[in-house]
Design a protein around this ligand. Structure first.
Ligand SMILES: Nc1ncnc2c1ncn2[C@@H]1O[C@H](COP(=O)(O)OP(=O)(O)OP(=O)(O)O)[C@@H](O)[C@H]1O
Length: 217
């Protein structure tokens, strides 16, 4: 809708690694209260785009804007093997400047791993590490969430809980972008975008792409 502030706005983003042109003008807009998917084949540039969106790397050209705080859950967990779950939460509380860890506690309960609160990361299963990774990305209740393959290693129950969590965030007005190499469970999404040949396009599986990639909603 014209005039409505977008939660995330990406305009004509370009990125090359040496002579390898990965992003060739990506445009994408997401409104507040949107649960969106971004799919693309291995190597399509999804992680590159997310790293640009969260400021980890610079684009060669283009503009990115977002409302409020941003949460980024990277594909690889960024955890310290020698710290417990609770120590990670305390560390991130301080990094985010939060008064309480109430939201982290809620997420730990929602994702069902409270029993590992005092366990060191090197003794956690891969799925539980990923639950902690997700909790750390969400515990400051960001307005915009960028989740790179967030359900890797989750068992079925946890996978379903993840989607409940994502839908709940959307219902509270958050903008959630779930990135995957598979167009899987797309009916859970409000909208789906595909990254291909360096550009993003709105995509309806089985019905093809829609011209004008940035013209979401
Ligand atoms: N730091 C880097 N230096 C050089 N090339 C890179 C770098 N990071 C990524 N690439 C290349 O850029 C392309 C896009 O990589 P990227 O990780 O963004 O893709 P992706 O869509 O996330 O892939 P996947 O689904 O496998 O995670 C790949 O060809 C990759 O090899």
């Amino acid at each position: 809708m014209p005039g409505t502030p977008q939660a995330l706005s990406v305009r004509d983003v370009h990125k090359s690694y040496g002579t390898h042109e990965v992003l060739r003008g990506v445009s994408l807009t997401l409104a507040p209260g949107t649960l969106a998917g971004l799919v693309g084949e291995n190597g399509a540039g999804k992680t590159t785009l997310l790293r640009i969106l969260c400021g980890q790397i610079a684009a060669d050209a283009g503009e990115v804007e977002h409302l409020g705080a941003l949460g980024y859950c990277p594909q690889d967990t960024v955890l310290n093997d020698f710290l417990t779950v609770e120590q990670h939460v305390r560390y991130f509380r301080s990094a985010y400047g939060l008064d309480t860890v109430d939201r982290a506690e809620e997420l730990i309960e929602e994702l069902h791993f409270a029993e590992y609160r005092h366990t060191r990361v090197d003794a956690l299963s891969g799925g539980t590490r990923q639950k902690l990774n997700l909790t750390l990305a969400l515990m400051h209740d960001p307005q915009v969430l960028l989740l790179d393959e967030p359900y890797q290693g989750f068992d079925w129950e946890t996978y379903l809980r993840f989607w409940d969590l994502a839908a709940g965030l959307r219902d509270r007005g958050r903008c959630v972008l779930v990135v995957s190499h598979l167009a899987w469970d797309t009916e859970r999404l409000d909208e789906l975008h595909r990254l291909r040949d360096g550009v993003a396009a709105r995509w309806e599986p089985g019905r093809g792409t829609t011209a004008g990639s940035g013209a979401a909603r």
